[in-house]
Design a protein around this ligand. Structure first.
Ligand code: FES
Length: 92
């Protein structure tokens, strides 16, 4: 399974059947998103290295080095930067 490194601090294993956004969520983080469909750009982040595969049509504007994790899957080990997320609050 490809690994996804986020903001240089956490590395998670990606499940090939999930988008990168879902993978980040499954790892216990709450990434920023809105449409989950490639429209809004809320999930936009930088692809530092690695290859991703788009599984949807990107309508939101991205720079050449940016991706939309809500409609991308990891094709190789991937390094992402500028991912906006918070950690899920632990509930007792
Ligand atoms: S959540 Fe809207 S483009 Fe990814």
């Amino acid at each position: 399974m490809p690994s996804i490194k986020i903001n240089g601090i956490s590395a998670i294993q990606s499940n090939p059947s999930n988008t990168i956004l879902e993978t980040i969520e499954n790892a216990g983080m709450e990434p920023e998103y809105n449409c989950r469909d490639g429209h809004c750009g809320a999930c936009r982040c930088k692809l530092v290295s690695g290859e991703v595969e788009y599984v949807g049509f990107a309508m939101a504007y991205t720079q050449a080095d940016e991706i939309l994790p809500c409609i991308c899957k990891a094709k190789s080990d991937v390094v992402l930067d500028d991912v906006n997320y918070s950690l899920k609050e632990k509930r007792a």
